[in-house]
Design a protein around this ligand. Structure first.
Ligand code: 6CS
Ligand code: FE
Length: 323
């Protein structure tokens, strides 16, 4: 049974229906993955400088288009990585952020799980968000001016850092934030060792080509629970099985400073962390200006500004990277 397209609170047709009495369903993606023409790029196998430089090679963009993500190393200098790590700790121990709505704690231990809107709380992460190495890559893939839909640090602390169950970010951002189309991406940067033993990001290659409608109804203020433990807006076992059978599971392991770029609809998740070593990453979510959020496609009020930019949307003017 297909899910009939409804409209949202301001009559935008919902071409990616999910939840709201939908059955769990798997449909083909209706949007491009890469909005620019990769043939514009050199087919250089290796970048010229010691660090990652732009433009990215055609081969890597084709890989992103095919897999739904890309892992890149040697983007940042050791000094830059150290500054991000110092900022990670400064935000974690900040008194002003203790108890703030942007600070999400782990359900059981009370340890800090995530801090949202870090590009506004931190000058260093604001600069990172505007860094041309990230912005130019995102702009190329999305082929539009871009803005930050959401930024966050996921701390995944040692010993008791809990999992992030399998999900497509786009399913949540479409249903709960009103993101119309798949024209957004996340850039995740590891700030600590991300290894097999401490719950690295896992992605399903090729899963971005399918939209998985989820069952269930979005309750009011769902984000107050889902950011701690997501139980709604998650794929059925059957659909997860299908995607994994088809594409396997890739792990974004790496030393601090490793970059993973992934499409808004790539199915991903991460296991809990019982090792003593935190698995902390900073995430910047870039959305195309032509894809600004409208009213949610569920029958709930929009989520707060710190989770989904809505009122103050301005295109990013990138700052040259300082390498
Ligand atoms: O609901 C959200 O926007 C957040 N939830 C997850 C599990 N990933 C994306 C984002 O951080
Ligand atoms: Fe996510």
């Amino acid at each position: 049974m297909t899910n009939k397209a409804e409209t949202n609170q301001n009559n935008c047709p919902d071409i990616y229906p999910s939840r709201d009495n939908c059955q769990s369903n798997l449909m083909e993606r209706l949007d491009p993955v890469v909005y620019s023409d990769p043939r514009q790029l050199p087919d250089a196998r290796h970048t010229s400088s010691q660090y990652f430089s732009l433009p990215l090679s055609r081969e890597l963009i084709y890989q992103y288009e095919d897999q739904g993500f890309l892992m890149i190393d040697n983007v940042f200098s050791p000094e830059e990585i150290k500054s991000y790590q110092d900022e990670l700790e400064a935000l974690r121990t900040s008194h002003s952020l203790k108890g703030a709505e942007e600070t999400i704690t782990e359900k059981e231990s009370g340890d800090i799980r995530s801090i949202f809107k870090v590009h506004e709380f931190s000058q260093i992460f604001r600069q990172l968000m505007q860094d041309s190495r990230l912005v130019e890559l995102a702009r190329f893939i999305l082929n539009d001016d871009i803005y930050i839909h959401q930024s966050r640090i996921n701390y995944k602390p040692g010993f008791r850092g809990r999992e992030f169950y399998w999900h497509s970010d786009f399913e949540t951002w479409h249903v709960e934030d009103g993101m119309p189309r798949m024209r957004a991406l996340s850039i995740s940067i590891t700030l600590t060792e991300n290894q097999e033993y401490n719950g690295p990001l896992m992605l399903i290659p090729g899963s971005h080509r399918y939209y998985v409608s989820c069952e269930g109804e979005t309750p009011s203020e769902h984000f107050k629970g889902s950011l701690k433990k997501q139980e709604l807006g998650t794929p059925s076992d059957e659909h997860l099985q299908y995607l994994v059978k088809r594409g396997g599971i890739a792990r974004a392991t790496g030393k601090p400073g490793s970059v993973t770029v992934f499409d808004c609809n790539t199915m991903h998740g991460s296991n809990g962390n019982i090792s003593p070593l935190p698995r902390s990453n900073v995430f910047m979510v870039y959305n195309a200006m032509s894809n600004q959020v409208v009213a949610p496609f569920c029958h709930q009020p929009p989520r707060p500004e710190y989770i989904s930019a809505r009122r103050h949307i301005t295109p990013i003017t990138n700052k040259c990277s300082n390498i």
